[in-house]
Write a protein that binds this ligand. Structure first.
Ligand code: NDP
Length: 303
């Protein structure tokens, strides 16, 4: 297959012309907004050749503008990729390999959050949640593994969540997807260490990105006053809006990812943010019955 036909951007890019990049190469999924966009910028600033993939490259305006301002635009290539399209995941990795000859870092960042009551969320929504957050991440990882294994070098950074450590009420599908990412990453870490490939879980608490408003819109659109869960979901929405308002700066996560990418022997887990540290410590240290009482009391308080 002529990989340059589908992704002509790769042929045009500076140091990829001879199929070898002198710079380390980082590929990011979901780079049109939020963490993905900021990670693309920070990795480029740190000297990486960045392959910023996104569902629709028409949405690359903000990334490219900020990259221009930072003087790193020529280090970033934008490629179209919907991670639920598994053949496209393989093609993307094949394109990167043929254009740059290496993949040093894969950041599996693309994700979305579906909330609501477990009883009322339709199965199609559960599947969509898993397709993006779990199977998309697995497809990208599987595509990159042979390259990294043969290089005997590479870091796979899976953007998990504190929701992969604690299952918060009202976000059952999201928690299920992020718990799946945790188990997958633990197994993969142990499988790949003998090949010199490191697998890392970044577990942010709440940070100010679009994921919140997208999730709220989705929950509000399905909200029904006559639902037996109406009061509970109202509390979840109030609580989440408050958390979103006081959430941390996503830039901190992007900078942490750059540090992890450059680490010679990164840890398996990096919980990020005060909320994540508190929730994980609470779950680890307290008897579950105390912990659940605390969580539900917080939810009832709302704000
Ligand atoms: P954003 O909504 O800003 O970013 C999510 C990105 O994923 C978007 O670029 C979106 O693209 C992309 N995406 C969604 N579906 C697909 C798909 N099928 N294929 C490819 N890309 C897709 O939110 P965040 O930056 O916050 O989210 C990034 C990651 O961080 C997610 O995995 C999320 O679960 C995780 N996270 C976020 C936290 C937070 O508080 N913000 C906390 C913990 C974890 P498009 O614009 O096309 O929809």
């Amino acid at each position: 297959m002529d990989t340059s036909q589908k992704h002509p951007q790769l042929k045009r890019s500076g140091d990829g012309q001879d199929g070898q990049s002198e710079r380390p190469v980082a590929c990011i999924t979901g780079a049109s907004s939020g963490f993905g966009l900021l990670m693309a910028l920070e990795l480029a600033k740190a000297g990486y050749r960045v392959i910023a993939t996104m569902r629709d490259t028409a949405n690359n305006g903000l990334l490219l503008r900020r990259a221009e301002e930072a003087g790193v635009a020529e280090r970033i290539d934008c490629l179209p990729l919907d991670v639920t399209d598994h053949p496209a995941c393989e093609e993307t990795i094949a394109h990167i390999r043929s254009a740059y000859g290496r993949i040093d870092v894969l950041v599996n960042n693309a994700g979305m959050a579906i909330g609501g009551s477990i009883e009322e969320i339709p199965m199609e929504e559960w599947k969509r949640q898993m397709d993006v957050n779990v199977f998309g991440l697995i497809a990208m990882t599987r595509a990159a593994l042979p390259v990294m294994r043969e290089q005997r070098r590479g870091t796979i950074i899976n953007i998990g969540s504190v929701s992969g450590r604690v299952g918060f009420p009202g976000y059952g599908p999201y928690a299920a997807s992020k718990f799946a990412v945790e188990g997958f990453s633990e197994s993969l870490r142990l499988e790949m260490l003998p090949f010199g490939v490191h697998v890392v879980l970044v577990e942010p608490g709440a940070y100010r990105t679009d994921i919140w408003s997208k999730g709220f819109d989705h929950m509000t659109a399905r909200f029904r006053e006559d639902s037996p869960y109406a009061r509970f979901l109202g509390a979840v929405l109030r609580y989440s809006r408050n958390v979103a308002r006081t959430a941390g700066e996503p830039q901190d996560v992007a900078r942490a990812v750059v540090r992890i990418a450059g680490s010679r022997y990164p840890r398996l887990r990096y919980p990020l943010g005060r909320g994540a540290a508190l929730s994980i410590a609470g779950k680890t240290l307290l008897p579950w019955k105390w912990f659940e009482r605390l969580l539900l009391r917080e939810l009832e308080k709302g704000d």
